[in-house]
Design a protein around this ligand. Sequence first.
Ligand code: XMP
Length: 507
Amino acid sequence: MQEKIIILDFGSQTTQLIGRRVRELNTYCEIVPYNKFPADDPSVIGVILSGSPFSVYDDKAFRTELAEIRRRYPLLGICYGAQFLAYTNGGTVEPADSREYGRARLTSIDAADPLMAGIAVGSQVWMSHGDTITSLPEGFRIVASTQQVPVAAYRVEGEQSWGVQFHPEVYHSECGMELLRNFVCGICGSRCDWSAASFIESTVRELKEMLGDDKVVLGLSGGVDSSVAAVLLNRAIGKNLTCIFVDHGMLRKNEFSDVLRDYEGLGLNVIGVDASAKFFSELAGVTDPERKRKIIGKGFIDVFDQEAHKLTDVRWLGQGTIYPDCIESLSITGTTIKSHHNVGGLPEKMNLRLVEPLRLLFKDEVRAVGRELGMPEHLITRHPFPGPGLAVRILGDITPEKVAILQEADHIFIQGLRDHGLYDSVWQAGAILLPVQSVGVMGDERTYERAVALRAVTSTDAMTADWAHLPYEFLAEVSNKIINKVRGVNRVTYDISSKPPATIEWE
Ligand code: XMP
């Protein structure tokens, strides 16, 4: 049985990070809303309570009953989780006099405590809450302090329950991984055998059982998630998987043929559909970004549906949905937001059941699985690319001519990043065709041509992003190449806006 840690989510921004850290300890975990503990699941080996945007004494604070959990499993409360456990047992939690945000150092530690084993006095920890525990309930004992916060960590005597005021999951807590290892591997007794290889083995077994001889159809996009999902399904059911790769005409230069070749090299059964003419005609004259997206989204579903109907006996739709898309997130009002799917609308329209083999994985784990499956590195480390493709990077209306210009400029930029070893240091990059023309001079002639903006950002999740500080020499080289080689472009600019307030895409 796949043993697991349950993380009860009280709404903190770092809840997913706790999940990733536990997985880094080769232990499977699931994040569930704070009030949805799976009481009947025999595979649970321990429970972590996350932080929260609320204070424990707020009227709206998320509350749950912990008595049953405490009796049965090791428990670790982090930040709000620690305060909640202390507060609901008669401790006092108050707004801190001097809010201890950011870095702090542990000034005393109970070295005999199993949670604190091996952690040195002086270790840096990361605090981010305006409240502190000012008195502990009876039977709760301090196991670590900082200068400002006497109760930095505590243990409940006579049971396997702990609380830490700081955030062990964030990078800035130097001893964070050690502390989580002490909890997960030591106190909960995890076998620490969750890995890409074990995931593949168990998933392939489950897929075989679930799908039997059924046929599955899956839409490939060239991106990491759908590609890894396809290879994994292919490993389980072979030729019963048919993949459909739609070219809407807004892909990068040569992308359709290159990626098709990659897929075929991986042994996938792929149908490549060139539907670019349909998309160009439907997009003609459309300038509003949201309408462009709607037209492409609907067009994609129509083409996919049409192709899938040519296949016989298909029962399932495969999708590359990953864990962050599935976690029920808690909004501040406590309502839950439903999981979303990559290709919204398809399952309903096609009346197929969904199979999502990556729905338990974080992005970095998807990559690890891809590597373990022997997929080529360039498919695995590919930058994200928006579904509507270059359509949202051509400001204004779209014509085949504009797409061709942008494809050339984008190709020079991306190839340049690869040649200079910069591709992997950037989250995402591309060129944008601007709806302006400007004066230039080439030889003796005055020109009046288009401008291209280059955009490259660093990020970890696309929620926030900074513009990539690419070397000037590199930008100069790319700019020269674009202006010299791409007919119709006489000016190149570099976008130095961060997100927020800008977004990654221009449309
Ligand atoms: P923004 O522009 O919102 O982009 O900062 C965040 C991330 O989402 C991608 N993106 C899209 N992906 N369909 C997609 O599949 C879309 O319509 C779309 N719009 C933006 C964007 O490339 C970035 O990775």
